[in-house]
Design a protein around this ligand. Structure first.
Ligand code: AMP
Ligand code: MG
Length: 702
């Protein structure tokens, strides 16, 4: 049962008394109860904190409240330490051992001497503890890792997953947690003894008592803490308040899910792998990332023509996600961008099972035989239907594909290889032990990383996440991308057009590209070549980023570049690229604006080559380069050096053909094409059958 009425979250300290005035590096206790959260409590030293916790536990017991108390230090040491120190594979044996030896007074304690004693005993003083915060040398406690020896893992399993977590062996230095463990566990042990039968410790005991002790690590919600800490705030205080609020705001079943871990010796960090949910519930904190820098499109001084790869490298370097994060049900997560690394909550397959229909038995019982007949036990094992009993040695059981291997079964023979009657099954040996079975976790083990943050979720990813026990996924909110056409001569499709006017081809094209890229297209319409109208439209745009087309060069009517320049944030990128040289990048009120050329072919190519990877970064996705491959050319061309060229192309009979005209107003060629041929920045002499690089449109996600 994991419903609690109150959450007290403790930021512990390994040091001396901090004085009467609240300050950092002291002990802070966050408190979130049924009626919201209270201001964090300052505790000048451990003795005071122990008294406070004692009276809070007594009060909760009297009031019949269930109380969850979190401490920000490890409850256990890496595997093997408990047994080496105490002779028992039991974290509580370590708690008791330390409680019997650690002495603690506000200004002095013996933690370094106790650690040195353990080192002497285990390694003649070379480890596993290291780091001495005192002036005096202590025999058996290395100050640094020179000559250091540690017979145990450097970290607990959870610390290998929690990025930035410190090892409990390190006793001093910024961020070290080792001293807090030595000074904290004796306090926990005393509270546990004092309230025996009322306190349960996670994850070593079931939480079926009124008081629970859990291990926390506030760094899990660092983003929120950073956002909420003002210049005059004490970070430790903000931290415990937010952790208490985050846990207090969770639905009981979500807390139950978080409590489900298997770490009987080392312990675990509550909420690891659930960061997104914790952040969601910690409430009232904006999870929107910081805005982009205004100069994120600045080019190095003196740059004239920027090569394509350099332009891309600049974008890659400077852009970061601008969208908030949210949690969505797995069923709705296709195409969304993962906001956190995911790991398997459950192994796949969860249990060993049979890959075929057949008969299962223990391989050992038929070893060496080549004509085998085994009596069958009654009943059968089918998928989803656990066979309740054990299959005795020398017996076999009927099994159907996917059925969990019953106890006593490690090998299965295929139906087709067997003869049966009601009572027994006969087949020929030898049979390889383990044949036709799938090991538990052979595909994915529990806790293994499955999908990285920044991944755009595919249908197969959803299968993987579902199979490994995930149901809600942390993703980025969709990126909203506005599309605006400019030009006096441009009129929307469907309206009457005077002879000199042209229909707006770019807007439907770009809106559709945005949707194919996986973002939310926002139609910002069309504006004439008029700065005031353009300004008003940009001002009112409800979008995270904006693509415009037309007016991006430096001419009289190029109002997009003029307006962005006026606002002080234009960078006219002259990219060594054909088609599409004028590309105006700028910030408009914190929003990136990509000023694409007016020519539809150039707008299209620039959208694929530049806007696509840039928008992906803004959306929280990883950097992406389109996959191309070399194919023989079906055309001839002599290309001058100086800029990269993209030709409208398609593959026929294994060769890349290009559109008959390179004119960048030829929209029919865009529609004709199925991909682009990319010609290098330098000169190239292409004759039929010269290999050229072909990038299918599919590689751009369209
Ligand atoms: P600009 O970059 O504004 O000088 O425009 C370059 C060329 O692209 C001109 O011939 C424009 O008429 C044309 N053009 C600009 N916007 C569009 C549009 N939305 N649809 C079709 N052609 C356009
Ligand atoms: Mg124009």
């Amino acid at each position: 049962m994991s419903h609690f009425d109150r959450f007290l979250m403790v930021d512990w300290s390994g040091g001396n008394d901090s004085g009467a005035r609240p300050r950092k590096d002291a002990i802070w206790i966050g408190d979130s109860g049924p009626h919201g959260d209270a201001a964090p409590l300052y505790q000048r030293n451990r003795t005071v904190a122990e008294q406070t916790l004692t009276s809070r536990i007594e009060a909760a017991l009297t009031a019949g409240e269930r109380l969850c108390i979190g401490f920000d230090f490890p409850f256990g040491y890496p595997t093997g330490f408990a047994a080496a120190l105490t002779g028992h594979v039991d974290p509580f044996a370590v708690w008791g051992w330390l409680a019997a030896r650690i002495t603690d007074a506000p200004r002095e304690n013996n933690r370094f001497d106790v650690a040195a004693g353990i080192n002497q005993h285990l390694t003649q003083g070379r480890g596993p503890f290291w780091g001495n915060g005192l002036r005096r040398d202590i025999a058996g406690l290395p100050r640094t890792k020179a000559g250091y020896r540690n017979p145990f893992p450097a970290r607990r399993k959870i610390e290998t997953r929690a990025k930035g977590a410190f090892t409990c062996w390190q006793l001093s230095g910024a961020g070290a947690v080792g001293s807090q463990v030595l000074m904290g566990l004796p306090v926990l042990e005393r509270l546990r003894q004092r309230f025996a039968d009322q306190v349960a410790v996670w994850p070593f005991e079931p939480l079926d008592r009124p008081i629970a002790f859990v291990e926390i690590w506030p760094s899990l919600i660092n983003d929120a803490v950073r956002a909420a800490t003002g210049p005059d705030d004490i970070r430790d205080a903000v931290q415990v308040r937010l952790v208490a609020r985050a846990l207090g705001g969770l639905a009981p079943d979500r807390l139950t899910a978080m409590l489900q871990v298997d770490a009987p010796e080392e312990g675990w960090i509550l909420g690891h792998g659930f960061e997104q949910e914790l952040l969601q519930h910690e409430g009232a904190i904006s999870l929107k990332p910081p805005p982009l820098n205004n100069d994120c499109f600045a080019l190095p001084p003196g740059v004239n023509w920027t090569p394509v790869d350099e332009a891309l490298a600049l974008l890659r370097d400077r852009l970061h996600p601008v969208v908030a994060r949210e949690t969505v049900p797995l069923m709705q997560a296709s195409g969304r961008v993962l906001a956190e690394d995911l790991s398997a909550r459950r192994a796949n397959p969860p249990l060993a099972n049979t890959a075929v229909d057949g008969y299962g038995f223990a391989a050992e019982t038929i070893a060496g035989q080549d004509e085998i007949a085994l009596p069958l036990v009654a009943g059968r094992a089918a998928a989803g239907l656990a066979y309740p009993g054990e299959v005795p040695p020398g017996y076999a059981i009927r099994m159907l594909t996917g059925a969990t291997l019953p106890q006593g079964v490690d090998t299965v023979v295929l139906d087709e290889d067997c003869a049966t009657d009601a009572g027994q099954v006969a087949f020929r040996g030898p049979v390889k032990p383990g044949a036709n079975t799938r090991r538990a976790g052979e595909d994915v083990t529990q806790g293994a990383p499955i999908l990285p943050r920044g991944r755009v979720l595919t249908p197969a990813d959803l299968a993987l996440a579902a199979a490994t026990g995930l149901s809600d996924l942390p993703v980025h909110a969709p990126l909203r991308v506005g599309v605006l056409s400019t030009g006096d001569e441009v009129v929307p499709a469907g309206s009457p057009a005077a002879p000199g006017q042209i229909f707006d081809a770019n807007r439907p094209m770009l809106l559709s590209l945005i949707a194919r890229f996986g973002h939310v297209p926002v139609d910002l319409g069309h504006v004439p070549d008029n700065r005031a109208t353009l300004r008003a439209r940009l001002d009112s745009a409800d979008a995270d980023a904006i693509l415009t087309s037309g007016g991006a060069s430096a001419g009289d009517e190029d109002h997009v570049s003029a307006l962005l320049r006026e606002s002080g944030a234009l960078n006219a990128w002259r990219i060594a690229l054909k088609p599409g040289r004028p590309l105006a990048l700028g910030m408009w009120q914190g929003k990136p604006v990509f000023g694409l050329p007016g020519n539809p072919v150039a707008a299209f190519v620039c959208a694929l080559v530049f806007a696509r990877p840039a928008l992906r970064l803004l959306a929280g996705a990883d950097w992406s380069e389109p996959t191309g491959f070399d194919v023989p050319a079906a055309f001839a061309k002599s290309k001058k050096p100086g800029r990269r060229e993209y030709l409208r192309a398609r593959i026929r009979e294994g060769r890349a053909e290009v559109f008959k005209s390179e004119g960048s107003g030829r929209i029919s060629g865009l529609s004709w094409a199925e991909g682009l041929v990319e010609l290098p920045d330098g000169a190239a002499e292409i004759t039929p059958c010269t290999p050229v690089r072909y990038i299918p449109f599919g590689s751009f996600g369209i």
